[in-house]
Structures are given as C-alpha cells and as structure tokens.
Design a protein around this ligand. Sequence first.
Ligand code: CP
Length: 300
Amino acid sequence: LRHLLTLDGLPRPVMEALLDRAQAIVDHGVAGAPLAGQAVCTLFFEPSTRTRMSFQRAAQRLGADVLAFDASTSSTTKGETALDTLRNIEAMGVRGFVVRHAADGAVASLAAAAGAGTALVNAGDGRSAHPTQGLLDMLTLRQAKGRDFSALKVVIVGDIRHSRVARSDLHALRTLGAGEIRVCAPASLLPTDATLDGCQVFDDFDAALDGVDAVMMLRLQRERMEEGLVPSLEGYHRDYGLTMARLRRAAAEAVVLHPGPMNRGVEIDDEVADGPQSLILRQVANGVAVRAAVLEALLG
Ligand code: CP
C-alpha cells in the first residue's frame, strides 16, 4: 500500500490482513517502536474527535512523533492552500499524513501531488470515503459475529446520502461477502448514484430491522444538507430513530453500531446507545488498533 484513500477496490486479502493485524494489536499490543524516528501529521481541515485522536494515539503507540495541525490557528486562515500546507510540512521531514477535508476527492488530489516517499491516509473527504472507519466497523462486526460474514444480515440506517462512513462500510461489507446488506432511509437521504448497488432498500425502518444481526446507525449530517431539505428532528426520530422497542424487531443477539458523534434522541435513543447491545465504544477502542495497523502498513 502506498496510500489508503478508499476501500473501493481494496482487495479482500489486503483488507483481511489489515483487520488481522489490528486484531493482533488489540490482543497483544505493539512490540517495540516500529515507527521510531518517523513523524505523522494529522492534517485536519474539518473537525474531528475520534479519528484525529485515535490516529494520534496509534502513531504514539508505534513510536512515531506526532504533529497535530490545527486549521483554525494555521496559515490556511491567511489563504494558504491545502497543497502548500502539505508541501511545507513535508519539507520538515514528515512522510506520514492523515488528512480530513470537506471536499470530495481532496485527499486523493493531495496524494497525487505529494512527494514520492510520502504516504497519505484519508481520514474522511466530503461524502466520499472514510476508509479507516469502514475497517474499524468491520473489525467490530468480526469480533461480535465471527469472521465469516456470509450469513450476516446488516442494515445501515439514516443519512446515507451525505455519509462517507456508509460508502466505506458498503464497500467493505461487499468485499467481505456480507450475506444480506439492507439500507434504510427516507428517499431524500438516499444517494442517487451507484452507492446502493446490490443492497435491499427500505423506507420503513420497522421492516428493515426484521431479523437483522447488526444495525449500523448514521448521524443526521445537517451541516451537509441544502437549506430547506433538513428534516424535522421530531419527525425523523419518530420514523428513523432507533428505540429499544424498535431494536426488538432485530435478531435477539443483534448489535448496534454508530460511528459518532451521535445526535442522541434523534437517530438513536440513550437506552440503545448505552445499552447492552451497543458496540459504540468498542468501535472507538478498535479505531486505535485499526489505525495503528494502517500506519504500520504504510510507513513501517
Ligand atoms: N467517526 C468519526 O469520524 O468521528 P470524528 O468526526 O469525531 O472523527
């Protein structure tokens, strides 16, 4: 791997090797400091809590130096471009970049212009891709349901139209051979491109939940919605909010995932988010191991 920009087209053996390595890090930690002497920069042009901090934690566990770029106090506020920013940090000897950007394709463009020895990880670009979130979601599902996904019934629920997480999850679930992939959203929050190829599409949440093994909830991304298209929060919760009563329609041992940050009381109720079927904090813990596995594969 030179960069990790998307899970679209990532071969199954590569994906499985990253997940196996992440699981080994969960089980045994990291031996020594494989990235000692290297530097990783978290170059975030959009806000983040989980992704940025877990990449920083992962890089620290690998023994790398960590440079945290803060867009709000950087020279981007004076008009410096993202590419000039990257090139200047490269000039300081940094070869690992974890990049989040609001524009679709922005991280791939930076990767194309970066120096020969530089590696970029896409930490989320626009609505396009969030590959390490997709990987950590797969690791979490594997731990809960086993590594053979062929009998697994999964539903992804909510604002799929604006979700890079949903796109990366769908690529990963298809690559790993998930048995049944359902998506559920109001028509206004469904994508109109090829994102949903091969999925069963529902607008009735109760029907979509029937017998599923995993419920992958999404955040309602109001900041990405065109004015006038933001649904009423009460109506959204009524039709698409995951309540305990609704969760009983899923399989008895069904698990619940959410990438965070959550809109509690909108797409998910407190009793579900904090309940026994929730793997939400397990996802966060797995994020550190997955990101360590990715940094090691790119820079090790
Ligand atoms: N899941 C996720 O990307 O969260 P952050 O925006 O906090 O990084």
